[in-house]
Design a protein around this ligand. Structure first.
Ligand code: 7TS
Length: 411
């Protein structure tokens, strides 16, 4: 066994607490992950020793700060196998990364008659920006349907034959659905988009800390993710963009740090990534993200995906035994991660989450920022359990036992 896995739980201080009188079972990783000591210490060390603004000073602390920030950028490029460091733009998170593409690339490149394609399983942050972009530019927004229950809620890939036309200028899709747990064939989707000349945007919010990612092998144009879902801090995220695209895009926000020459008559802008990082960046959390990527690679992302799969399978198989349950997404035996979403016929998701909390178990209940999909599936909400590196088979068993008690209570 990889020694990095041996004492994983010891690396996460937050896990070692009681909720009420029960040990915490944290299964809300789809919303945000916990942080290992190495990440907490990297942020702490920065503030204790190096804190200063970047790219502006010639003094020792400013240079250390700049070095730490740029090292985080190089580490991120390596983490997703980007060809150049300049292809890594630091943002606040997935939401800001996608808005950046919509505002900048989208507004500059789309016109009436063009089509933006996304899918029915997107988080609102990979849906609303495209609606707004369509309204601004006169482009049309279309959705790849989610196939029915029997097809395990995967994307209807046959529909792509008619939807992916040369009018499609941008195709945005998620890698892993935060509501269904479906893992999309992103390599195939990129290849099919390329065949019609469409620019691709991958929402990797649910996958960046769970699966290996290689943007060059994928051939994607943009890829967005958040630090906080991959053991890193909140408030830091990444937009990967192909260099030629980024350098041709207008700035998203303007101000200090992103300019070349400013004159009363006008301004010229730096190339990427500075062009898209106006103002003082989130230096400390970029450094924390660097530590998170080191931690994830010590565990090995192939091994993480296998661990997720094991826990997801265990949960799915046990949940399938419960009466009146509808489990969304991949069925037992299919490729899946550690995220399982389900609904009971007679118990509302908010009641399930509240009762599970009394057993110390953290779940999420609601529409998961997926309102149109919920409506299509005929559901108001689901309960979601999402596991990660520090979760154990025993915790999945505790979840199932708690759900049995809840069902017994509600008769
Ligand atoms: N895309 C997907 C697939 C997500 O799951 C989320 C957050 C986002 C985008 C937005 O990420 P942010 O870091 O910018 O907020 N998903 C969830 C969730 O499922 N529960 O809480 C947040």
């Amino acid at each position: 066994m990889n020694p990095a896995w041996q004492n994983v739980r010891d690396d996460f201080p937050v896990l070692h607490q009681l909720v009420g009188k029960k040990p915490l079972v944290y299964l809300d990783n789809g919303a945000t992950s916990q942080k290992p000591v190495s990440v907490i210490e990297a942020v702490d060390r920065f503030y204790q020793r190096d804190n200063s603004n970047v790219h502006r000073g010639l003094h020792a602390l400013s240079m250390r700060s700049t070095d730490g920030y740029e090292a985080a950028r190089r580490r991120t490029a390596k983490f997703i196998n980007a060809a150049h460091d300049a292809e890594i733009v630091f943002t606040r998170g997935t939401t800001e990364s996608i808005n950046l593409v919509a505002q900048s690339w989208g507004t500059a490149n789309l016109k009436p008659g063009d089509v933006i394609l996304t899918t029915e399983m997107e988080h609102h942050s990979n849906l609303v920006p495209w609606q707004q972009l369509a309204a601004r530019t006169g482009a049309t927004l279309k959705y790849v349907p989610v196939a029915g229950d029997d097809a395990e809620h995967g994307l209807d890939l046959d529909a792509l034959d008619t939807l992916l036309t040369p009018q499609v200028k941008l195709f945005a899709f998620t890698h892993i659905s935060n509501t269904l747990g479906v893992i999309n064939p992103i390599g195939e989707l990129c290849a099919r988009a390329r065949a019609v000349g469409a620019v691709t945007v991958i929402d990797a919010a649910q996958s960046s800390g769970h699966e290996p990612l290689d943007v060059q092998a994928l051939g994607c144009d943009f890829l967005a993710f958040s630090g906080h879902k991959m053991l890193g801090p909140t408030g830091i995220g990444v937009l990967y963009g192909k260099r030629a695209l980024l350098d041709a895009m207008p700035p998203y926000q303007t101000g200090g740090g992103m300019v070349d020459v400013v004159d009363f008559a006008g301004t010229t802008f730096k190339p990427s990534p500075e062009r898209f990082e106006a103002g003082t960046p989130n230096v400390a959390d970029a450094i924390g993200l660097h530590a998170a990527m080191d931690y994830l690679d010590r565990l090995d992302r192939v091994a993480i995906a296998a661990h997720d799969h094991m826990l997801g399978e265990r949960a799915c198989a046990a949940l399938a035994e419960l009466p009146g349950i509808r489990i969304l997404g991949p069925k037992p035996g299919a490729r899946r991660g550690g995220l399982v979403s389900f609904a009971f016929e007679n118990v509302h998701a908010h009641d399930v989450v509240t009762f599970a909390d009394q057993d110390g178990i953290a779940l999420r209940g609601g529409h998961h920022c997926n309102q149109p999909l919920m409506k299509k599936l005929g559901l108001a909400s689901t309960t979601r359990a999402s596991a990660y590196v520090y979760n154990t088979a025993e915790e999945i068993d505790a979840l199932v036992a708690s759900l049995r008690r809840i069902l017994a209570f509600f008769g």
